[in-house]
Design a protein around this ligand. Structure first.
Ligand SMILES: Cc1cc2nc3c(=O)[nH]c(=O)nc-3n(C[C@H](O)[C@H](O)[C@H](O)COP(=O)(O)OP(=O)(O)OC[C@H]3O[C@@H](n4cnc5c(N)ncnc54)[C@H](O)[C@@H]3O)c2cc1C
Length: 391
């Protein structure tokens, strides 16, 4: 420990959510002592986290701006039936930047690395080496908890950086190239141009089970690069992801399944987009919300994060419905059509969808038409998803 000062806030897990809470607290509440406990050798793990410009409110962007390593003014999608460039900005943050920002923001010794948390209470953390840390409040940010209470499908991917022998010519991200084989379910390739001769290529697919065939996906990435006419070799970075896509379940049971009475954020708190598994916009929102709380006791943090998580769960009902339609209403080989149709809609509606802020009109607009369902069923389904009939 850097000092014998009492710890005001202990954050278990120095990943995206825990890291952003620590940075927000250090910036907004420098008088507080914040300690982050992370089991890995670095904070942040091994990630490129990306988001659309409007996913994060303008007033909140200062928190992630120092973490951005790449930014683009537009992005594209490709489907068998059409291709479209969309005007919104897109940015990528790296775990290396998050790690550096935390090392910078926290006094030496307040970022505990290689330290595994084995027990959490609202004001106490137990570590695997037997130490216990008392704190005014504790937040559990250790990534996904026991997901058994949720009805899930999976978005799975392998992403690799690839160095091209010649300039690849891509000027903006292709966030969905679904012109690839669709026989196993919805599949797309995601491409970020990191520099004139470096790409980050991710092969992603939506399936019912969480198993991930890493070698097969690596081979597909190489095949994809070759099919685009890029002669390339793998770079330094490889990421794998198995993200929950949520169709329903018992939120209260999920929340209670780990560290009872302790505040939770990030995936541990259920703060992710039901359709994409992405959590960056919610992580920013929660971090800044907690940093603005007048009292940060363990009980107050728990009460507030639980209230926010419940509201988030209710607000995600529509996205759970869409996830259900994607996994259960459409035949695997036809699922891409739902997304293709979605991507023909107004770019502003698409932006609100990813930010989790779809209006009622947006929601109807996405559901109505052909495919996926007729208007009467769409309205009924929306009513069920919102818990109230829509008149
Ligand atoms: C490869 C990948 C790419 C992704 N890309 C995006 C993206 O582009 N945009 C987006 O919005 N979302 C993305 N996601 C989804 C999601 O936003 C991330 O998983 C995000 O990192 C979740 O944040 P978190 O803080 O909940 O968990 P994490 O960032 O995983 O952080 C949890 C941390 O807790 C630590 N930990 C776990 N157990 C213990 C313990 N017992 N003691 C101490 N520390 C512990 C872990 O080591 C980890 O560092 C991606 C996910 C993956 C896997």
């Amino acid at each position: 420990m850097s000092s014998e000062r009492p710890i005001d806030i202990a954050i278990a897990g120095g990943g995206l959510a825990g890291g952003l809470i620590a940075l927000a607290l250090r910036a907004r509440r420098p008088e507080l002592r914040v300690v982050v406990i992370e089991s890995g050798a670095n904070a942040g793990g091994n990630h490129i986290w990306s988001c659309f410009e409007h996913d994060v409110a303008l007033a909140d962007r200062w928190l992630i701006e120092p973490l951005i390593v790449h930014g683009w003014g537009e992005h594209a999608v490709r489907f068998p039936s059409f291709e479209r460039n969309l005007p919104g900005g897109y940015a990528s943050l790296s775990s290396e930047r998050l790690d550096a920002a935390l090392r910078d923001a926290l006094p030496p010794g307040d970022l505990l690395l290689g330290a595994r948390v084995t027990g959490l209470m609202p004001t106490c953390v137990t570590l695997a080496d037997g130490r216990t840390l008392e704190a005014g409040g504790v937040v559990d940010c250790r990534g996904p908890g026991d997901l058994g209470a949720l009805d899930l499908g999976w978005q799975k991917f392998v992403g690799m950086s690839m160095k091209t022998d010649a300039p690849h010519g891509l000027t903006h991200p292709v966030i969905m190239d679904a012109t690839v084989d669709q026989s196993e379910g919805y599949r797309f390739v995601y491409v970020l141009p990191l520099s004139a001769s470096e790409l980050f290529i991710e092969d992603t697919y939506y399936t019912a089970g969480p198993e991930l065939a890493v070698d097969a996906l690596k081979a597909r990435i190489a095949d994809y690069a070759a099919a685009q006419g890029w002669t390339s070799t793998p770079g330094d970075r490889i990421e794998t992801g198995v993200l929950p896509v949520c169709m329903g379940g018992d939120f209260e049971r999920y929340w209670r399944a780990s560290s009872r009475g302790v505040a939770k954020a990030g995936l541990r708190g259920g703060f992710f987009h039901a359709m994409t598994g992405y959590s960056l916009p919610d992580a920013v929102r929660v971090a800044l919300h907690l940093a603005a709380m007048p009292h940060l006791s363990g009980a107050a943090l728990h009460e507030r994060t639980l209230a926010m998580a419940r509201a988030h769960w209710r607000g995600q009902a529509y996205y759970r419905l869409l996830a259900t339609m994607l996994f259960r209403a459409a035949e695997p080989a036809e699922r891409w059509r739902i997304l293709a149709r979605f991507y023909r809609l107004d770019p502003k509606l698409i932006g609100r969808f990813y930010a989790g802020r779809s209006s009622l009109i947006d929601k109807l607009r996405v559901l109505i038409g052909r495919p996926p369902v007729p208007i009467g069923r769409a309205i009924q389904a929306l009513g069920r998803a919102s818990g109230a009939p829509i008149t």
